[in-house]
Design a binder for this molecule. Structure first.
Ligand SMILES: C[S@@+](CC[C@H](N)C(=O)[O-])C[C@H]1O[C@@H](n2cnc3c(N)ncnc32)[C@H](O)[C@@H]1O
Length: 263
């Protein structure tokens, strides 16, 4: 396994879908920011590392028949559901494939750059495909600011959930994820030459979709957590049982949303 490859690639058939859970948790927050930068009819947008179809579909509704949405990802198996007259779905590696030639009104990436060891170069390349006045909106996690799965460390089930989350962070770090990336976004957008930079943050303390995301994530990583010696099989199974029983208030790290425009 390439040490720089995306940790959470693949799906666990029969288990909750990670992309659906991410949408349920974060879309309302994301769409607010995309509205705030003024997205409207005729805009040309690039949704980078789109994952599921929901944000691309929403963008298509906003840009209308005169606009265009390019939605790309390494894995387009869920994204193809968004393909249509206004949405072009393309398999694209944002690290190694050439950037599209278009001058975009909006480029958006959520929970993508944090995973990429080449994130600095990628961010500059995304800023570089904006038309003058175009907006870059980057949203990324900052698990260093809030590392816990259960904020209320009430008993052994919460302690186990926090142990599992801690092991997940070790796997993330091993793939070059920057656990303190989110907080750096405003500075990085300014360093990439953007103006009118601002940022805010949101983190769910407990939501039903956080439990679905937990099951999807832990299920995909089960083998790596165990074979890497981070957790015993029994601990993984007990944690998944605790989540399924609805006994845990599961939180997520803060999602920091930052935006800026090309002068
Ligand atoms: C945590 S998911 C986020 C998905 C979606 N943006 C969201 O917030 O719901 C990260 C996504 O980035 C994609 N990804 C990872 N590395 C990538 C790369 N080098 N180029 C393009 N997409 C990549 C993954 O396939 C995955 O869909």
């Amino acid at each position: 396994m390439d040490k720089d490859s995306y940790l959470l690639a693949g799906h666990a058939p029969g288990h909750p879908d990670r992309h659906a859970a991410l949408s349920a948790i974060f879309d309302w927050w994301t769409l607010r920011h995309l509205d705030a930068v003024g997205i409207g009819p005729g805009w040309r947008c690039w949704e980078v590392g789109a994952g599921g179809p929901m944000v691309a579909r929403w963008l298509a509704g906003r840009v209308g028949p005169t606009g265009h949405v390019l939605a790309t990802d390494l894995d387009v198996s869920r994204l193809v559901e968004a393909a249509g007259p206004a949405v072009e779905v393309r398999r694209h590696d944002v690290v190694s494939d050439p950037v599209p030639p278009a001058a975009f009104d909006l480029v958006h990436a959520r929970l993508v750059l944090v995973h990429l060891p080449a994130r600095e170069r990628v961010l500059r390349s995304l800023a570089g495909v904006l038309r003058p006045g175009g907006w870059l909106v980057i949203e990324d996690a900052d698990p260093g600011l809030q590392p816990l799965a259960c904020l209320d460390g009430h008993g052994p089930e919460e302690a186990l959930a926090n142990k599992v989350r801690s092991a997940f962070r070790v796997l993330l770090t091993g793939r070059g994820v920057d656990l303190g990336y989110g907080r750096t976004l405003p500075r990085r957008l300014r360093e990439a030459g953007l103006t009118d930079v601002a940022a805010d943050a949101y983190f769910p303390v407990t939501l039903p979709a956080c439990a679905e995301l937990e099951v999807a994530t832990v299920t995909v990583l089960r083998d790596q957590l165990v074979t890497g010696g981070h957790l015993a099989v029994e601990e993984v199974e007990r944690h998944l049982g605790n989540v399924a029983a609805g006994r845990l208030d599961l939180a997520q790290p803060p999602l920091i949303s930052a935006w800026g425009r090309r002068p």
